[in-house]
Design a protein around this ligand. Sequence first.
Ligand SMILES: NC(=O)c1ccc[n+]([C@@H]2O[C@H](COP(=O)([O-])OP(=O)(O)OC[C@H]3O[C@@H](n4cnc5c(N)ncnc54)[C@H](O)[C@@H]3O)[C@@H](O)[C@H]2O)c1
Length: 348
Amino acid sequence: MTAQRVLITGHRGYVGSVMAPVMAAAGHDVVGLDVDFYRDCDLAPVPDIRTMDRDIRDVSAHDLEGFDAVVHLAALSNDPIGNLNPDWTDSINREGTRRLAGSAREAGVGRFLFASSCIMYGLSEGGEVDEHSPLNPQTDYARSKVAAEQSLLELAAPDFSPVLLRNGTIYGFSPRMRFDTVLNSLVGSALTTGRITVLGDGRPWRPVVYIGDVARAFLAALEAPREMVHAQAFNVGAAALNKQVRELAAAVQHAVPGSDLEVLAQPDADQRTYRTNFGKWAATFPEFQFERTPEQGAVELAGILTEHDLTYAGFTSDRYTRLKRLRALLDSGALDDRLRWQVAEMAQ
Ligand SMILES: NC(=O)c1ccc[n+]([C@@H]2O[C@H](COP(=O)([O-])OP(=O)(O)OC[C@H]3O[C@@H](n4cnc5c(N)ncnc54)[C@H](O)[C@@H]3O)[C@@H](O)[C@H]2O)c1
């Protein structure tokens, strides 16, 4: 395997701060690019990676010269932020991705891995979705991912290979922890309140995937021969990673002995449900093993969070919930109404 020069955007986020060291340890020359919205939100030291302090909305082809690949993680990363201001999600997730990819192609970067999401399948009434299923995005965040994928496919060329990696909900420990995703939130709640609360009836299906496995899956897509991945979408995961919310809750109850599980079955709770077919990933990467089940991952996460003395105040603070943090930065004036750093000493 030839070492590649790789730019990872969003390398200081939840996924990026785990993925960047994995790619570096595999022998690649990794540079990060991040506007660092979640600085001061470390639960553990964030790995030291050479960094371009840059907003993806400002990147030019000149910045990307000499890179073999771009791994594009930077985004406003969930539905609630989209609801806060859809224009921000559109300008960063859709337009920012289009600009970054256009610059990458112009600079001669050969491969562009995009962190997409299974959320774009929307409601499937309990059926199974694969990469050919119609996309049915329900939120501004999901729509931004669909539009970004579309613009990447339009840029595909013999010397520019976009690869669309559709992840389920990612869980597991990261130095830049998030508790606004399903399994992380259930573990954090069980540890700091002794309770696991499921708002709906727990029957909806969700694909979940361990953060370390996502990092290795992106590495596999980076290193794969071009013809295996060129302009392809992949659901990243395995059949056994489709879980009902109540199964996830039970796994967490097992991981945090003594915690209570309550299923509220509120009629207005989020009952979106979808099961994801991961056959294409398995057929393309037959050697790849997903190393953690959610049951194992919940035990591991509970153990690491206990070592880090996670408190209730920490769990519910703005540090680990993306929407709360952005709101705090906006309220304090640190970010302006275009999500640009304002406070002189905080701007890079
Ligand atoms: N976490 C999940 O469960 C999940 C699931 C599916 C897909 N994804 C996708 O994976 C990617 C990474 O997710 P995450 O959980 O690490 O999110 P995150 O919010 O923790 O990290 C995103 C990073 O991008 C940076 N960023 C945001 N806007 C930027 C900009 N304009 N310029 C430069 N940097 C910018 C932020 O500072 C942050 O460090 C995202 O694209 C997300 O949509 C995540």
